[in-house]
Ligand binder design. Structure first.
Ligand code: KET
Length: 401
């Protein structure tokens, strides 16, 4: 019956993480998956999250189905976090928000909505981007193309080429943009570059689709929502999927949301209705537990302060690791410029390691990085950063020797 089913090739990120788990070498180092590990190499349970969960559990109560669109307190808290509670887009009711199964779930619901209601539209993602972006949009039946983004020569952004490509797109094209902490490169648009992009998006009638999976890991919770707020204030209509996996260390609870910013409240009501239709025919409604933890952290003033401090500490630790890696590598290979480790933001850096070099790092040094050359800086810690830098220098040095 099932002999014709093709084998699953595996996912480049999740499969490598599985390989790491199976590796018996005690000194192995995992820089593959985008997970924040603390300085002891553990996935932290945030104190704010632990206390919020205790409050949720103490309340007890039944476990009804949530509404299709999710819990009202969660959705309101998400809108306040993304836009600011007093933002005109929120107070005028022109943002349609659903609670989603991780931000991945939100991204896919949005992709399904686009495939159905903007059937002629095609999608443009940055070159490179998170691999799953392409999979999800293609999975929804949409054609996916790339726009220039990462500049290998400088470790920065090809902003002019990016604009030139976007300027040529047909109206209603979907433009996937990372709101902050670009995955996999760590290269972000500056505030001035966002400002320069907006008139182009408007004139060409493009539809921005923002992915905000790392809010708080770049320059801070508010600053990292800057692009979202700038686009909303400029009166653009756009999609935004956001995640609490990393910012609250709640990966397995699958907490995220999809928001669609619309021209007015009447259109937002129509959009919300069709998002609900999409959800109902997929998984019917989202789970309760994780969303209530998130809503409690966001709305309880004491827990909110504590979460902001904890997230700030995670951000600082990553910056410290960036500086240490930069320092050791620069000392070992003085001829090379590793400044990009300091300018790139968020969990990831694009190292310029080739696939063959990534393989050598893994096979000879037990250091796991993606074959694209992406490293998760949050996998580094005081105990392994030196060894990582030495191994990277050996692999890079062998190539230049
Ligand atoms: N968007 C981006 C840009 C992203 O990096 C991830 C996860 C997600 C969305 C999904 O998040 P969630 O809300 O948990 O559904 N990225 C890491 C893990 C993964 O690939 O699933 C990663 O890049 O390693």
């Amino acid at each position: 019956m099932f002999k014709h089913i093709p084998p699953f090739a595996g996912d480049p990120i999740l499969s490598l993480n599985d390989d790491y788990q199976r590796d018996p070498r005690p000194h192995k180092i995992n820089l593959s998956i985008g997970i924040y590990f603390d300085d002891a190499g553990r996935i932290p349970v945030l104190d704010s999250v632990r206390r919020a969960e205790a409050l949720v559990v103490a309340k007890g109560g039944p476990k009804p189905y949530l509404p299709i669109e999710g819990a009202a307190n969660f959705r309101a808290a998400v809108q306040a976090l993304l836009f600011g509670a007093a933002h005109e887009a929120v107070t005028s009711g022109r943002v349609a928000t659903i609670q989603s199964v991780g931000s991945s779930g939100g991204l896919k619901v949005g992709a399904d909505f686009i495939a159905r209601h903007f059937a002629g539209s095609q999608v443009w993602v940055s070159d490179p981007t998170w691999d799953n972006h392409r999979s999800m949009f293609e999975g929804a039946g949409l054609a996916v193309h790339t726009y220039p983004y990462y500049d290998e020569r400088t470790g920065g952004l090809k902003f002019d080429e990016m604009l030139a490509t976007l300027r040529r797109l047909p109206p209603k094209s979907i433009v996937l943009l990372h709101a902050c902490c670009h995955n996999p490169t760590g290269v972000d648009l500056s505030a001035a570059q966002w400002d320069a992009l907006i008139p182009l998006l408007r004139e060409r009638e493009l539809i921005p689709y923002l992915d905000l999976a790392y809010q708080g890991f770049g320059d801070g919770i508010e600053a990292d929502a800057g692009a979202v707020r700038t686009l909303a204030s400029a009166g653009l209509s756009f999609f935004i999927a956001n995640s609490f996996s990393k910012s609250m260390s709640l990966y397995g609870e699958r907490c995220g949301a999809l928001s669609v910013v619309c021209p007015d409240a009447a259109q937002a009501a129509l959009v919300l209705g069709q998002l609900k239709f999409t959800v109902r025919r997929n998984y019917s409604s989202p789970p309760i537990h994780g969303g209530q933890i998130v809503a409690t952290v966001l709305t309880d003033p004491e827990l909110r302060r504590s979460w902001e401090a904890e997230l700030g500490a995670m951000r600082e630790r990553i910056l410290t690791m960036r500086r240490t890696l930069h320092g050791v590598l620069s000392a070992k290979l003085p001829g090379r410029d590793f400044g990009y480790f300091l300018t790139q933001r968020g969990m990831f850096s694009y190292t310029g390691l080739s696939a063959a070099q990534a393989d050598r790092l893994r096979e000879q040094h037990a250091v796991y990085v993606l074959r694209s050359g992406r490293i998760c800086v949050a996998g580094l810690n005081t105990a392994n950063v030196e060894a990582t830098a030495v191994a990277m220098a050996a692999v890079l040095g062998a190539a230049t020797a």
